[in-house]
Design a binder for this molecule. Structure first.
Ligand SMILES: Cc1cc2nc3c(=O)[nH]c(=O)nc-3n(C[C@H](O)[C@H](O)[C@H](O)COP(=O)(O)O)c2cc1C
Length: 205
């Protein structure tokens, strides 16, 4: 595991709230050459409480939460509508780091979702316009036709609205930072939200 020199992490010097540490670690992941540090696992649960997981892109992390975007009618969208709780997992092997985030998910105002989408690439808009995410696909040709139309529309109309496109914000209740250690004395620092702020605890690895 981790055929690289791992950074040291002093949890005693960590900030009082997790967002500042996440922002610092994210910048350090980029500086360390971590490939796609903004991809993360998004875990949800269905109506019966059965878990599910997939990869999505982080669109930002600020005081309003950790944000990601998808179709409201997708499997994850339906699960989030039934149970608005989720967990995120980041793994940055370039530094032996993991970050886990758990919390409540809300949908941002529709205008924010459209603005977020229209600030992205033509391909991102075309993919969103293609729609029908998580529905059963009859054939690859059906997708090719729909995608072709979506690309043409995205090029012609860069502000085309995609009503099902939703910007979700996860407001964390818990954020855990894991720093791998060559001697397996991994450091785990867990933040938990309280009524007055955040508590910090070390966890056994
Ligand atoms: C690297 C990567 C990034 C992805 N980013 C997103 C994303 O930001 N939003 C999204 O809806 N799907 C994204 N996907 C596709 C999802 O993993 C998933 O296939 C899709 O959202 C359907 O999931 P669902 O059926 O659970 O709703 C991404 C996949 C990969 C491999």
């Amino acid at each position: 595991m981790w055929d690289v020199e791992l950074p040291s992490f002093d949890p005693a010097a960590a900030p009082g709230a997790p967002l500042a540490l996440f922002t610092a670690w994210f910048a350090e992941a980029v500086a360390a050459g971590q490939v796609e540090p903004h991809t993360m696992s998004l875990a949800t649960a269905d109506e019966e409480g059965v878990p599910d997981v997939r990869t999505v892109m982080l669109h930002g992390a600020d005081d309003s939460g950790w944000s990601f975007a998808s179709h409201r009618g997708s499997r994850k969208g339906r699960q989030l509508a039934a149970r608005p709780h989720a967990a995120l997992g980041f793994y940055w092997p370039a530094q032996g780091r993991q970050v886990r985030v758990r919390g409540t998910v809300t949908a941002a105002p529709a205008a924010d979702a459209q603005a977020d989408l229209h600030a992205r690439s033509t391909g991102a808009l075309a993919a969103a316009l293609t729609g029908r995410q998580s529905e059963v696909l009859g054939s690859p040709e059906e997708l090719a036709r729909a995608s072709q139309d979506a690309w043409e529309r995205a090029r012609r109309e860069p502000d085309a609205p995609v009503p099902s496109w939703t910007l979700y914000r996860l407001l964390p209740e818990e954020v855990e930072f894991f720093q791998g250690d060559a001697r397996r004395r991994h450091v785990r620092l867990a933040y938990r939200r309280t009524t007055t702020g955040w508590t910090k605890e070390l966890l056994w690895p």
